[in-house]
Design a protein around this ligand. Sequence first.
Ligand code: X2X
Length: 342
Amino acid sequence: MQRRSVLTLATSTAATVGLARYAWAQSAYKAEYKMSTVVPPAFAWGKGGEIFGNLVRERTGGRINIKQYPGASLVQGDQTREFSAMRQGIIDVLCGAPINWTGTVRELGVFTLPFLFPDHKAWDAVMASSVVQKDYFDLVRKAGAEPLAVGETGYRQISNSKRPIKQPDDLKGLKIRVVGSPMYGEIMSSMGANPTFMSWADAQPALASSAVDAQENPLEVFLAAKIHTLGQKFVTKWNYSNDILLFAIAAPVWQSWTPADQKIVREAGIDAAAQQVQLVRKLFAEDVEKVKALGVEVHVPTPAELAQWQISTRRTYARWKAQTNADMLGKIEALVDKSRKA
Ligand code: X2X
């Protein structure tokens, strides 16, 4: 009898501890998880964030409520501070272009080197590689976030208010707004342009007031933000850089969720990323016609012109390959080569 009651006591104590842990886990859930995106859902990128938040909310029955803060408003519009703000607990969920975070973790910009991906076939071959994904995801984990999935920011194209840009010399003397990595600045200055770093929030007034002559962004961004109304009359679709769109959760937040919820969130990230990539590709296929319809002159470079651009960025490429992650880039280059021959 005595033995039995000791056992009962032990069992009920274990149950209480278990329950307490469960209750703790539940109460550790926040009422709202803050997600930063640079642009709102009218852009494919912001839409990807919106889709993700909605899927998580639906599939967890509202247990995990992700709220989107577009305009990088959690960091007062300074998108280059997103990653460090995530580390400080100001941002819980990232849905962004790692190029913006290279000031915090340089290697995260490994996909953005000039003319690395000649086309979507190459881009897909690299992103489908479990080896590259593991390398990259390990890097993100080491930096303090749990990576979920990879979408696509989109091929970045150059626009300006002065003249058609068909060869590197045409960039001479142009004041161009760039963001993210100093690498973008180097690419531009190596061709004789004058790069100025500024956030997306500051870029639009700077274009409107002609403080800068040029900018570079995916054409779906050009269209959604109506950049043609800011005096940008010439576009060159040179496909020089195409970053991923990383869906990731701040490590302490990720650890506060039950394994079952982690699974739901990861799957939601993968589904949202797939939908976002589809949307970006659809917009990419239509962009030249849409931009032309606004009265903007669009130049699509010939293969010979593209080769010239590539040559002019070779030194910058080599420098940044060495400075980011030469090992991972070697693997990426091999996959790109293979996709060209396939
Ligand atoms: O600011 C930009 O140019 C944008 C929206 O493309 C990025 O955040 C990299």
